[in-house]
Write a protein that binds this ligand. Structure first.
Ligand code: GH3
Ligand code: MG
Length: 460
């Protein structure tokens, strides 16, 4: 995996040094020598990650970071603060400015690559989601949701701490109590199953735990479907660099060094929880947009767009397998009269009621959709005309037998439906999905002119 890294430092040899290290590992490197230049290059070149020096004349790193995180063009790019001072205060100020991580000068190679890799991996994931969302938005099928105005939630973040040292666990609980709910577990195997069930926003692992190999614990958490994307934060002792690097390679997102400083703990925990919620927000927006794209909002059945894309595939499949495909078109009788007498809302209720009757009558392999205003279509694979007629007749009877209750019981309407059927078994040579629907429509017309409340199948 390679990534484009923007290195920002007012002192040119520092930029050249990091550039050489990163180039040697096949990263693509861009340099900038001031906060202003960093912002301009971040916008223009869209790097995957920004290494940002804190102390620069003019606009310092904190200010540059704040501006980068405020700009929708650059807000999604991870920022790593590079500080000469190993000062707790600087780190906290950086996190408050929106930085995603830190490196201390002189920059250690292993830590540098581990950080850059971990953050660019995360960025690739969010980029993918952003892109999918943009695609469905481009198709004009989703409402404009501002992805970066995250659904703010008052819900306290849920954290799971795996630690066999009760006093440290209690200390952390005290530090986090205001904004988080902390659950703890000392026994590694129990911890694994609790992590999978708990729907946590963050899992913290003490890397000095004794009853099991903490690295294995981390890699298990990474591999389970339920916790694959849950942020992982390692707690390490000063100087445990090798273990830490290994942990980062296994997908641990961040770490804290003991003794743990409360400000840094809170800053790092909140960054991870915020990031996780952002990804969840992206995912569910995308999911919702997909559902919206293929579903009719009033009835919950598939919409015409979905039908268009799937019916031809069903048709081709019928053709290649030689199995019959039947299509029925259903149209409510005198529906206009219902609207006129009881109002449009009552008409909508009737449509919903009717859609529910359809849902109850079809198999999961059937495709039921709202085809037009009060017209519905059901495509049934592996179904010949005779079987389709039986299903249609059952729906017709079912609809005619039930009265739709409206206005809390004050009104009751009887509804009937006319249905037209066509099947591929009629075996017309020039057949297509469109022609099949057309034949079903013609049969429907006959059902209407024949007196309504009836089923008609197209003649071969
Ligand atoms: P027919 O028995 O010949 O099918 O008569 P009809 O009244 O059902 O058919 P027509 O096509 O004349 O009228 C359909 C009506 O359905 C007209 C339209 O206003 C109404 N309609 C279309 N979509 C909706 C909707 O989403 N909600 C409601 N309430 N009415 C709708
Ligand atoms: Mg009608």
């Amino acid at each position: 995996m390679t990534a484009r890294v923007l290195v920002v430092d007012d002192f040119e040899p520092n930029v050249k040094l990091l550039e050489a290290k990163l180039r040697a590992e096949y990263f693509d490197v861009i340099g900038a020598y001031s906060g202003e230049e960093a912002i301009q290059k971040a916008r223009a070149d869209q790097p995957d990650i920004i290494l940002l020096d804190v102390m620069m004349p003019g606009m310092d790193g904190f200010e540059a970071c704040r501006l980068l995180k405020k700009d929708p063009e650059t807000a999604h790019i991870p920022v790593v603060m590079v500080t000469a001072l190993d000062q707790q205060a600087d780190r906290v100020a950086g996190l408050e400015a929106g930085a995603d991580d830190f490196l201390t000068k002189p920059v250690e190679d292993v830590a540098l690559f581990a950080r850059v890799r971990s953050l660019s991996r995360l960025k690739m994931m969010t980029d993918e989601l952003r892109m999918r969302y943009a695609t469905s938005k481009g198709l004009g099928v989703v409402p404009d949701i501002d992805l970066d105005s995250m659904a703010t939630t008052d819900e306290k973040g849920r954290i799971f701490l795996i630690d066999d040292q009760p006093d440290q666990a209690e200390r952390l609980r005290g530090m986090l109590a205001d904004d988080y709910v902390l659950s703890t577990e000392a026994e590694p195997t129990v911890a694994l199953s609790r992590a999978r069930l708990g729907e946590f926003d963050l899992v913290m692992v003490n890397m000095s735990i004794e009853a099991a190999d903490p690295l294995r614990l981390c890699s298990s958490i990474r591999s389970f479907e339920e916790t694959r994307l849950t942020p992982l934060l390692a707690i390490v002792r000063q100087g445990e660099t090798r273990k830490l690097v290994r942990a980062l390679e296994l997908g641990v997102n961040d770490y804290l060094t003991r003794p743990i400083d409360q400000n840094e703990l809170i800053a790092r925990v909140s960054t991870q929880v915020r990031r996780k919620r952002y990804i969840e927000h992206l995912r569910s927006s995308f999911q919702a947009s997909l559902e919206m794209a293929v579903t009719d909002q009033l009835t919950g059945l598939y919409n015409r767009r979905y039908l268009a894309s799937h019916l031809s595939a069903m048709f081709d499949r019928a053709y290649w397998t030689g199995r019959p495909l039947s299509v029925m078109v259903l149209d409510i009788d005198h529906f206009k009269g219902i609207n006129d007498t009881y109002g449009h809302d009552a008409g909508d209720r009737v449509l919903q009621h009717f859609a529910e009757r359809i849902r109850q009558s079809v198999r999961s392999m059937d495709l039921a959709c709202r085809y037009g205003g009060e017209e519905f279509l059901i495509a049934m694979p592996d179904t010949d005309k005779h079987a389709a007629s039986l299903v249609a007749e059952r729906i017709r009877e079912d609809v005619a037998a039930q009265r739709v209750i409206l206005n809390g019981g004050r009104d009751e309407i009887g509804v009937t439906v006319s249905i037209g059927i066509a099947s591929t078994e009629d075996g017309l040579k020039e057949d297509s999905a469109q022609k099949l629907i057309k034949r079903a429509d013609e049969a429907l017309y006959q059902a209407k002119t024949g007196g309504r409340n009836r089923v008609m199948a197209s003649a071969a």
